[in-house]
Design a protein around this ligand. Structure first.
Ligand SMILES: Nc1ncnc2c1ncn2[C@@H]1O[C@H](COP(=O)(O)OP(=O)(O)OP(=O)(O)O)[C@@H](O)[C@H]1O
Ligand SMILES: [Mg+2]
Length: 260
């Protein structure tokens, strides 16, 4: 299995706040890999770094072995000597270039365009697709896959339920036929049965469409059940990484994330 996403020792800071510290993550093509962690652990920051929305100050990120972000820290491993000016130099592809390689992010809180219809939202997801016939085909595919979206295609998105909006955010990301789908807490704020529906869809997208999935969740149990491998993040660092089946049995994970 070839490696699709390679995150090698990246760090991200917001001013003096170190949000990510030397984080390394590997995602093989065809897998579902999850990242679990509490509020503020750094999960969304990691996804933003992957799509070029936050600059990295150490390490590198590659997609299919091709660098999409690289930092060349001059003073080693992110241990900058205060108060010297940082001497790193980062080269990052633009967000649209990263999307063009086949990486799509479903952001936290869904970020739908509430005053647009479902159909207009899906059109936005196809901004990189130039062929109108292909866009129309892709939309029909999405309406088949998420029938509720087909039924609501002319409706303003704000009238959709939270679960329907999440489905739409996923469908919008799929409009560009990504090879890697990044999901930021797809279950956030939704009822357990709806979360189950959404995870079922994610599993079908992976199994039947061959889309590789990197899933960030606070709902550790759902995420670990749905994935092959998992990473645990605390305070911006990866503290555990194993097959998800093993993490479900791990005492530390059970105590901290599964309420057992
Ligand atoms: N734009 C920002 N400016 C300053 N600090 C930020 C910014 N975004 C995030 N942070 C801080 O970085 C840390 C990591 O935040 P992040 O949003 O990545 O966490 P998270 O794991 O996604 O949390 P949650 O589960 O609540 O979504 C937190 O301490 C947060 O307060
Ligand atoms: Mg977050």
């Amino acid at each position: 299995m070839s490696e699709l996403l390679t995150i090698d020792s990246i760090s991200v800071s917001y001013g003096n706040i170190k949000a990510l510290r030397q984080v390394s993550i590997h995602v093989d093509e065809g897998d579902i890999v999850c990242l679990i962690g509490a509020n503020g652990a750094g999960k969304s920051t990691l996804l933003k770094a992957i799509v070029g929305l936050e600059p990295i100050i150490t390490g590198s990120i590659a997609f299919e072995g091709r660098p999409i972000a690289e930092s060349h820290a001059q003073n080693g491993g992110g241990k900058f000597r205060f108060p010297k000016k940082r001497t790193h130099d980062t080269h990052t592809l633009r967000t649209d270039e990263i999307a063009g390689l086949g990486v799509a992010l479903v952001p936290e809180g869904r970020r739908v365009f509430a005053d647009m219809t479902v159909e207009e939202n899906l059109d936005m997801g196809a901004f990189l697709v130039k062929d109108d016939a292909k866009i129309a085909r892709k939309k029909e595919e999405m309406y088949d896959f998420f029938p509720i979206l087909g039924a609501r295609r002319k409706q303003k998105t704000r009238s959709l339920s939270g679960g329907e909006q999440q489905m739409m955010a996923i469908a919008r990301a799929l409009m560009s036929s990504p090879r890697l789908l990044l999901l930021d807490e797809p279950g956030l704020g939704l009822a357990p049965l709806i979360i189950q529906d959404i995870f079922e869809k994610i599993s079908i997208i992976n199994r039947e469409e061959g889309v590789t999935v990197f899933l960030v969740e606070q709902n550790a149990r759902m995420a670990l059940k749905a994935s092959k491998e998992g990473y645990v993040m605390e305070n911006g660092s990866i503290v555990l990484c194993d097959l998800s089946a093993n993490l479900l049995e791990n005492e530390r994970v059970k105590a901290a994330y599964l309420g057992e």
